[in-house]
Design a protein around this ligand. Sequence first.
Ligand code: NAD
Length: 367
Amino acid sequence: MSNPSILILPGDGIGPEVMDQVTRIIDWFGAKRDLAFDVSTDLVGGAAYDAHGTPLHDDTMAKAQEVDAVLLGAVGGPKYDDLDFSVKPERGLLRLRKEMDLYANLRPAQCFDALADFSSLKKDIVAGLDIMIVRELTSGVYFGEPRGIFEEGNERVGINTQRYTESEIERAARSAFELAMRRNKKVCSMEKANVMESGILWREVVTKVCEEYPEVELSHMYADNGAMQLVRAPKQFDVIVTDNLFGDILSDCAAMLTGSLGMLPSASLGAPMANGRPKAMYEPVHGSAPDIAGQGKANPIACMLSFAMALRYSFDQGDEAARLEAAIEKVLADGARTGDLMGPEGGTPLSTTEMGDVILAALDASL
Ligand code: NAD
């Protein structure tokens, strides 16, 4: 049987720097855990625009549709700010999400004990936090029609439409229940059923899908209360499932519970392919960080944790994902820090490559 395939799209700015460290991790799993991948690399974002005049070449798009998982670094940068909207680096990312139909965006908010002081909340509220937000990514108010700015009488009116079909809600809900089955078997669904019909339908459909998962405990919460609960007592949650708009806001809110942008991974999943694996793209939440690009200062951990998600959700290697996460937790507990993780006590930050070195050493020590 052939090895599982990964397409790496490093992108722009710090994207290639952090992805270099992930490549070392991938090689380690091949050499030490008999877990080899067929890896190919291609261009996306500004790098693709420079080479081809488009932020995503059709050949790259076709490759992304064929592989078992796409790993993306980051796109964008000041050099591309004045480009026409249609060829901006971000369009490459949006095209991948759209054409792969990645409808479930998974954003874990996990707080490593060693970094609990970085949270804006009190340490005991966030230490040990491990929640997952599933955001519906391809529908809702960002896509619904009619939309636009229209003349109405003697003034203009701006219109966006929140629209969800039952099947769109159902597939997002199913992703959340499947995830909960691998975790603590709790799902909290968030909407505004008190004031929005789409919220009433959302609640009905999620409740119906839950009948297929009798072991999962389902609760419902209005999204505004959800935002309050996330900052009041975030550890009450396991998996949260919500729509595109509320998910956009709630996942950023949850992200900040954990401290640095350089630590946050994400996954976007679509329908199962013929081999049973979901269409999938894994990427750190952070951008291309032009302010530190090319200086060897970037924290590669968000990108590494994104690969850990790929091990778990695309390749069914939960134990190996946990091995990588434990190695990261170990080096942080031992005090390893890139510049973004330096506290007021100071010290000498590790470079991107040095952080890769200590994590690889911790992986070796795990054998
Ligand atoms: P950013 O995430 O790139 O950076 C915000 C701040 O966080 C910066 O100070 C940066 O140095 C720091 N930072 C981010 N990642 C880090 C890491 N791994 N290690 C250490 N520090 C890190 O956001 P921005 O500055 O708003 O955007 C910069 C560019 O990235 C823009 O062109 C934007 O459009 C693009 N962007 C891309 C994505 C993506 O590719 N998914 C996401 C967000 C922004």
